[in-house]
Design a binder for this molecule. Structure first.
Ligand code: PMP
Length: 399
């Protein structure tokens, strides 16, 4: 075997466990594994029209190199979308990123030195963990309940460790589904100002709410003196329009945005102009609210079907969870004695895939947890998936 001189930052880095599960495509398998939007709800006609418009009305902007910050038409539309969530943002306050994934990566590049400390939720988005690990930082985690992260623990960690940033998915967390309460949001903002820690709010899911959802931290920051200086907001069109477009955005203080722009020049010069112009025309045509309505209704029903089916075929002592309030994920915990990693092969044999919870932990994973995504399969398949999963749990607990 050839030994290549890899960078030390790659030591111990593993590929995403989800990608491994996604490669499984056995016939009849129902996958609750990936965070894939419902494919039948892609607005193919609307996006085709927007792509045509991009080429017809703005061919040069859509095909030529563009500026690193992003196309101005799209920045205007994304600023308006951010405003509609209650946060003030002007086009010049944001940069277009290649998915919000790139936003996390660029922040890592401009903010983090090896040995720095960052705080994440327990559990948290696994690709964020991957990015922080590549930055060779020390990752500390803060526990989470259905109302989001625990601010007392955050204060303790801020005091004891003086971290550089805290990364949170406060609304319909991936994988937790948790929603940070408004009270905790205010407290977190106050703590960020007091201890001078950057809050990185990752918000791809807040529009996929089944009922009222709290405003973003970025919106509440205006009520807490000085807080806006410590808020970075990441969002994305992936879950509300199409992940294939790879359009995300970052709202950040000017000094951060400046450096992120330099880092993006080196990363990819700019996000695909064709994708940007297609998205801009789509948003300008006003199609998004209707699409969001369809997605919210479909996901609310799917979450209810999966929850009800799980409850009817498994006692809460075997599988406990909170019914999702929005987003795409149901986070569950198995009873003692059955571990998610042992359950997976048995579940796959019975034709259902899921993601064990372990990769979502910075360290000391809880082996009983698992994430079920209800966004992709239709309702009848979700009910079937719950039955298969229940069969696998029973088989394993009796073996
Ligand atoms: N953050 C979170 C919490 C996510 O769940 C995802 C997608 N799974 C992303 C960021 C990245 O999304 P994208 O790069 O497609 O915008």
């Amino acid at each position: 075997m050839t030994h290549y001189p890899f960078a030390s930052r790659m030591t111990g880095i593993e590929g995403s466990a989800i990608r491994a599960t996604l490669k499984l495509t056995q016939a009849g398998l129902i996958s609750l594994g990936g965070g894939f939007p419902a494919p039948e709800l892609f607005d193919v006609a609307g996006l085709r029209a927007a792509a045509e418009q991009a080429l017809q009305e703005t061919p040069i902007a859509a095909l030529q190199y563009g500026v690193t910050e992003g196309d101005n038409r799209l920045r205007e539309m994304l600023a308006a979308l951010t405003q509609s969530r209650g946060a003030h943002a002007l086009p010049q306050d944001l940069i277009v990123t290649t998915g919000s994934q790139q936003g996390i990566d660029l922040l890592g590049k401009v903010m983090l030195d090896p040995g720095d400390q960052v705080i994440v939720e327990r559990p948290t988005y696994l690709s964020a963990l991957q990015i922080f690990r590549l930055n060779q930082v020390r990752i500390l985690d803060v526990s989470l309940d259905n109302d989001g992260l625990d601010p007392d623990e955050v204060e303790h960690l801020f005091q004891a460790h003086r971290p550089k940033l805290l990364y949170t998915v406060p609304t319909f967390g991936n994988p937790s589904g948790a929603v940070l309460s408004v009270e905790r949001r205010r407290r977190l903002l106050e703590l960020a100002v007091q201890y001078r820690v950057l809050l990185v709010e990752d918000d791809p899911y807040s529009e996929l709410s089944f009922g009222p959802a709290p405003p973003p931290l970025l919106a509440l920051a205006d009520e807490v003196p000085g807080a806006r200086d410590w808020c970075v907001y990441l969002s994305s069109l992936s879950k509300i329009l199409a992940p294939g477009l790879r359009i995300g955005w970052m709202v950040a203080p000017a000094a951060v945005l400046e450096r992120v722009t330099v880092a993006k020049q080196g990363a990819d010069a700019h996000t695909s102009t064709f994708a940007q112009l297609t998205a801009a025309h789509y948003l300008q045509a006003g199609h998004l609210p209707l699409r969001l309505g369809l997605l919210r209704t479909a996901y609310a029903r799917r979450a209810a079907v999966l929850s009800a089916a799980l409850r009817s075929c498994l006692p809460p002592t075997a599988l406990s969870f909170h019914e999702p309030r929005g987003g795409m994920f149901l986070w569950a915990s198995l009873s003692q004695g059955v571990q998610a990693n042992d359950l997976l092969p048995v579940a796959l044999e019975r034709g259902v895939a899921f993601v064990p919870g372990a990769p979502f932990y910075a360290d000391q994973p809880d082996p009983l947890t698992l994430r079920l995504s209800y966004a992709t399969p239709p309702e009848d398949e979700l009910a079937q998936a719950a039955l298969r999963l229940a069969g696998a749990v029973s088989a394993l607990s009796h073996s």
